[in-house]
Design a protein around this ligand. Structure first.
Ligand code: HPA
Length: 285
């Protein structure tokens, strides 16, 4: 990997090590759980008793997010009595970054000792009966981003060259989250997430094709992160918030402001689902 201004003799692993050392110097005993907050889902942070906050700006070799609604920082603290690290802001492939840059923070926090990652995202729903605000537990994905975060030299210290992806979205975690949703009376269905390059939203014909191919929700994140984490042997669960019906499912044109507004409306429910799920995971895994 080479970016202007970087010392180009450093390998990816050396950069990861430098970032890890920095984070380790700021966070003693890195939490087991990492929660990734998608677009407009930052309210969870109000429920965290904050210990430490690190701006991505401070972390060596970290690239910064540019999207509205994404501030890039790591918040470490306690959520419902459980120590967690919360990633506010993520990097998207459509920002023009390399895949290895998109997954860099995940690799770093994985190396710091985090073991279980709960990813959230905003997504478009592909079924007419879906409603903005619906939550979908991702059971599998289809990577349509045109590339893969593991392309290039494989670092055996991170993971194997050809990792199996059969149980990428951890079945046990999915079971626990579904149980919690039931208990909280939160409507949570399971679905397949199609990860798209973006940044343009899809055309109605593309959405029709993805539906025929088995998509339930579409979005522009999560897939690279989940692959890189699974490559490292980390446990992954992911939940989509259907912020809008995908192109052509409803006659309304899509707007990013609608995505943020819907995410805001559903935050309270989403936050309680995440908080309770983390508590149950802490107890049961
Ligand atoms: N398509 C792709 N990504 C998205 C969408 C969508 O409709 N909504 C939120 N993220």
């Amino acid at each position: 990997m080479y970016r202007k201004g970087d010392n180009d003799v450093m390998s990816y692993c050396e950069k990861l090590e430098a970032a890890k050392s920095f984070v380790n110097s700021k966070v003693k005993n890195f939490p087991k759980f990492v929660i990734v907050l998608g677009s407009g889902l930052a309210n969870l942070l109000n429920e965290i008793e904050v210990e430490t906050e690190i701006s991505y700006r401070e972390i060596p070799h970290m690239v910064l997010a540019t999207v509205e609604g994404h501030v890039s920082r790591l918040i470490v603290g306690t959520l419902g009595g459980v120590r967690v690290a919360c990633m506010q802001g993520r990097l998207h492939f459509y920002e023009g970054l390399k895949m290895e840059e998109v997954v860099f923070p995940f690799r770093v926090f994985g190396l710091c000792g985090a073991d279980t990652f709960l990813l959230t995202n905003a997504a478009g729903g592909l079924h007419a009966e879906m409603e903005p605000g619906d939550l979908v537990l991702i059971k599998d994905h289809v990577n349509l981003m045109g590339t893969n975060p593991l392309v290039g030299k494989n670092y055996d210290s991170l993971g194997t060259r050809f990792p199996d992806m059969t149980h990428l979205y951890d079945p046990h975690l999915r079971e626990l989250i579904a149980e919690v949703a039931k208990k909280l009376k939160v409507n949570l269905t399971e679905g397949v997430y199609f990860g798209l390059h973006g940044p343009s939203y899809e055309t109605p014909s593309e959405i029709k094709m993805y539906r025929l191919l088995g998509a339930d929700v579409v979005g522009m994140s999560t897939v690279p992160e989940a692959i890189a984490l699974h490559h490292m042997g980390k446990k992954v669960a992911a939940i989509s918030c259907v912020t809008n019906l995908a192109a052509g499912v409803s006659p309304k044109p899509l707007e990013h402001s609608e995505v943020l507004e819907t995410a805001k409306k559903v935050q309270a429910v989403f936050c309680s689902l995440i908080k309770e799920s983390i508590k149950v995971m802490d107890f049961r895994i």
